[in-house]
Design a protein around this ligand. Structure first.
Ligand code: HPA
Ligand code: ZN
Length: 337
C-alpha cells in the first residue's frame, strides 16, 4: 500500500533493540555448529531444528517465557567474530529499512557469566559498528544493559569494569540501561548503580512499565534519575506520570510487536498509540527483539499503521520526535532533522 511504502522510505531512529534479540534461528544454528555448542534439544524439542524453533517463537506466554529462549540462544556466541556477525546482520537489515541512527543494547553479564570476556563482546560489536557506519548511512551507539535477575554486586562489578576500563570515556559505550525479568526486581533495587553512573556522567535508561506497574516508571525517574524509559507501556495508568513525562520530555522507547507477543497487550488496538499522540509524549517505535517477535522496525511501523490509520503528518511528527530524543551527536541530529 502507499502508506507502507511511505513508512519504508521514512528515515528512522531505533532506540530499543537488544542485539542478542536479533539472533535469527538460522545464524543461531550456524554458530552453534561452528562453536560445538549443543542446544538443549533433549530438554526442549523446540531446539531440534530451525523450523521447530521458529514455530516455538510464534507465541510466548510472557516476558520470562521469551527470556528463557533468549538466554539459551546467547550461549552460541563465543568469539568476537560471532558478535560482529550478529550485529552486522542487524545493521544491514536496519539500513535496508532506512534506519539512520541505531542505539543498541547488549547484555554484558550474561556473556561474562559464561566465560566470554567483556572485551570480546565489545570488540565484536565495535567492529560491526565501524563497518556499518562505513557501508551505510547509519550511525550506531552501544548501550550496556545490566540484567535485573542477577544481584546488585554483579551489576556494580560489570559497570565498574566498563567505567574503569575507559569504555565510556572513549565513546565505545554511550549509556547504561537495565533489562531482563521485571516484576520481581523493582527499580528501587538499583539506586547504587544509577548513582554511580550519574556520578561518572554516563547517560541512563531503564526498562520499566512493560509487565511491571506504572509505579516502576515513577521509581525509575525519582530514584534512578533515568533520562529515558524503555517500554513505559503502563505509563497511562497514572495521569500525573503522563504529565511529568511530557513536561520533562522523557522519551518512551515503545515496542508494539514485543508488547503483543509477550501478552502485555491482548490485541494491537490496546497499544496506547492514540494516548501517546494526544498527550504529546515523546516516543519512538522500535523492534526490541526482532528475531523473536515477528518483525523489525518497519513491521512495527506497519502494524501501527494498519491498526490506527495515522496520517503522513502524524508519522512525520513521530519520526521527528525520535530524532529529537536520540542520543546522537548534534551534528548527526542536524543531518537527520
Ligand atoms: N524486556 C526485558 N528484558 C529484555 C527484553 C525485554 O523486552 N528483551 C531482551 N531483554
Ligand atoms: Zn527491551
Amino acid at each position: 500500500t502507499p502508506m507502507h511504502e511511505f513508512l519504508a522510505a521514512l528515515p528512522k531512529c531505533e532506540h530499543h533493540l537488544h542485539i542478542e534479540g536479533t539472533f535469527e534461528p538460522e545464524l543461531l544454528f550456524e554458530l552453534a555448529a561452528k562453536n560445538n555448542i549443543t542446544l538443549p534439544a533433549d530438554k526442549d524439542a523446540a531446539f531440534a531444528s530451525i523450523e521447530a524453533l521458529k514455530a516455538r517463537y510464534l507465541t510466548f506466554a510472557n516476558l520470562d517465557d521469551f527470556l528463557g529462549y533468549y538466554y539459551i540462544a546467547m550461549s552460541a556466541l563465543i568469539d568476537a567474530a560471532d558478535f560482529e556477525a550478529l550485529a552486522y546482520a542487524y545493521f544491514k537489515k536496519a539500513a535496508s529499512q532506512n534506519v539512520r541512527h541505531a542505539e543498541v543494547f547488549f547484555d554484558a553479564q550474561v556473556h561474562t557469566e559464561r566465560g566470554v570476556a567483556f572485551e570480546t563482546v565489545v570488540s565484536g560489536l565495535k567492529a560491526a559498528k565501524a563497518r556499518a557506519e562505513r557501508d551505510f548511512d547509519l550511525t550506531v551507539e552501544l548501550i550496556m544493559c545490566l540484567v535485573k535477575h542477577l544481584p546488585l554486586p554483579s551489576a556494580m562489578e560489570t559497570f565498574a569494569h566498563a567505567r574503569d576500563g575507559g569504555f565510556f570515556a572513549d565513546g565505545t559505550l554511550l549509556a547504561i540501561g537495565m533489562d531482563s525479568s521485571e516484576k520481581p526486581f523493582p527499580p528501587n533495587m538499583w539506586t547504587e548503580l544509577y548513582d554511580a553512573a550519574r556520578a561518572a556522567g554516563i547517560r541512563r535508561t531503564m526498562h520499566a512499565g512493560e509487565e511491571g506497574p506504572s509505579d516502576y516508571v515513577v521509581q525509575s525517574l525519582d530514584l534512578l534519575g533515568a533520562q529515558r524509559i524503555d517500554h513505559g507501556l503502563r505509563t497511562f495508568e497514572d495521569p500525573a506520570l503522563v504529565k511529568r513525562v511530557v513536561d520533562e520530555k522523557i522519551m518512551l522507547t515503545t515496542c508494539p510487536l514485543s508488547n503483543l507477543k509477550l501478552q502485555c497487550i491482548s490485541s494491537m488496538s490496546e497499544f496506547p498509540l492514540r494516548q501517546l499522540l494526544d498527550a504529546g509524549v515523546r516516543f519512538s517505535v522500535n523492534s526490541d527483539d526482532p528475531a523473536y517477535f515477528g518483525g523489525y522496525i518497519l513491521e512495527n511501523y506497519w502494524v501501527l499503521q494498519d491498526t490506527f490509520g495515522l496520517t503522513v503528518a502524524e508519522w512525520e511528527g513521530i519520526a521527528r520526535g525520535a530524532v529529537l530524543g536520540s542520543w546522537c551527536s548534534e551534528e548527526r541530529r542536524a543531518q537527520l532533522l
